[in-house]
Design a protein around this ligand. Structure first.
Ligand code: PNS
Length: 161
């Protein structure tokens, strides 16, 4: 039984992420979508809120679950019996960043990483741009599921009071 993980910040989950998770789910028996802490990023949603949105958006995908993790990704993989990390690549800068992490993760425990090319229609989409566009009152309805767009609006409204 092959178990893979799609780790990320998912703040919030986008159609680009969901495309990668859907394709990984077709390749592996189980896929764990895992919200981790990226020390370089400030969050809009709590990890639990992000997991809730992912769980809702992946409810129809057999074998897919969502959770948080803390500490090293490779330690979580070992605890959960996960043998493969699956990640999407949009463009060259992603490759430079992801290759280094893949090599570090491989160095630490031998866990391997596979890269899936992002579908072209999502190659310009990132959670950080979704947050920025939404903060400045732009329309993110084509970039994230409707339930996620509604939560982004609600969170921003809550923040601005
Ligand atoms: O979506 P992101 O922000 O690119 O996700 C990055 C994430 C959370 C997957 C990465 O920062 C991570 O794995 N963090 C956990 C801590 C860890 O294992 N750090 C060493 C990575 S080589």
């Amino acid at each position: 039984m092959m178990k893979a993980i799609c780790p990320g910040s998912f703040d919030p989950v986008t159609f680009g992420h969901l495309d990668i998770v859907t394709r990984a789910a077709a390749m592996f028996d189980e896929v764990v979508v895992a919200v981790g802490h990226n020390m370089a990023k400030n969050g809009l949603f709590t990890p639990e809120e992000r997991v809730g949105m992912i769980a809702e958006c992946t409810a129809d995908l057999p074998g897919v679950t969502a959770t948080t993790f803390s500490g090293l990704l490779v330690d979580f993989c070992r605890e959960q019996g996960i043998g493969v990390i699956a990640k999407g690549l949009r463009f060259g800068a992603d490759f430079d960043y992801e290759l280094q992490m893949a090599q570090m993760n491989g160095h630490l425990t031998g866990v391997d990483t596979i890269f899936l090319p992002t579908a072209p229609q999502w190659s310009f989409v990132s959670s950080s741009l979704v947050r920025e566009v939404a903060t400045l009152s732009g329309d993110v309805g084509a970039l994230v599921p409707a339930s996620v767009a509604a939560r982004v609006q609600a969170k921003l409204a809550e923040r601005t009071g």
